[in-house]
Structures are given as C-alpha cells and as structure tokens.
Design a protein around this ligand. Structure first.
Ligand SMILES: [Zn+2]
Length: 111
C-alpha cells in the first residue's frame, strides 16, 4: 500500500459522517483536496492533512478542480481556515500559476 493511500484511508475514517464544510449539511463526507490533485506540483504533498477537507458529494462536484479561498468553506472552523491560510502562504507561488480566478489572486495578495 502506497503512503498516499494510507493517509487517504486514515482520513476517510476521520471524515465519515460529518458536516459539509461548504453547505453545512450532515452526511457521509467525501474528501476534497483544497489544492486540487491536478494542480499539485512536485514537492507539494497533496495528502497533507491541511489539504484535506470533508465535503458532501454535491459540493465536492461543484468545487471540482478549482482553487478557492478558505472563506468558500462557510462551515469550516476558524482554526482550520487559519491552517488553509498558512498552506496558501506556503504554496503561494504555485497557486498563482494554477489559477486565474481574480478573487483567489486578490486573496493571495493580502495574505
Ligand atoms: Zn455540501
């Protein structure tokens, strides 16, 4: 079993039933990658705990492979939002190259 898979399993158990970080619905959560897997570059750990968030299926599909700001997750705790901000600071230059969303770019400028 490769490491990414182990972390996935661990986190899947950790998520299970819970509150969707976007819409607040309580359901069986799917794993969202804050920085989408398709946009992760060498040297970034896509399965870093800070990169994994529990979303309901429809919110996960809505987000798809976009990069969003931490505020997109309306039901995420302030502590987790701070973690996402730290993660964004750390990966700022990568994110800039992977999105043209003006809201995200402005957010990065003010981090
Ligand atoms: Zn949802």
């Amino acid at each position: 079993m490769w490491l990414g898979r182990q972390i996935w399993e661990k986190n899947k158990k950790g998520f299970g039933e819970g509150q969707c970080a976007r819409c607040g619905e309580y359901c069986n959560l799917t794993i969202d990658h804050f920085i989408p897997r398709s946009k992760v570059t060498v040297g970034m750990n896509k399965n870093h705990n800070g990169n994994l968030i529990g979303l309901c299926k429809s919110c996960n599909q809505e987000k798809a492979d976009r990069i969003v700001t931490p505020d997109w997750y309306q039901y995420l705790s302030e502590e987790r939002k701070e973690n996402l901000k730290r993660y964004m600071r750390y990966t700022r230059s990568t994110i800039r190259n992977k999105t043209d969303d003006p809201e995200v770019l402005e957010y990065l400028d003010n981090l």
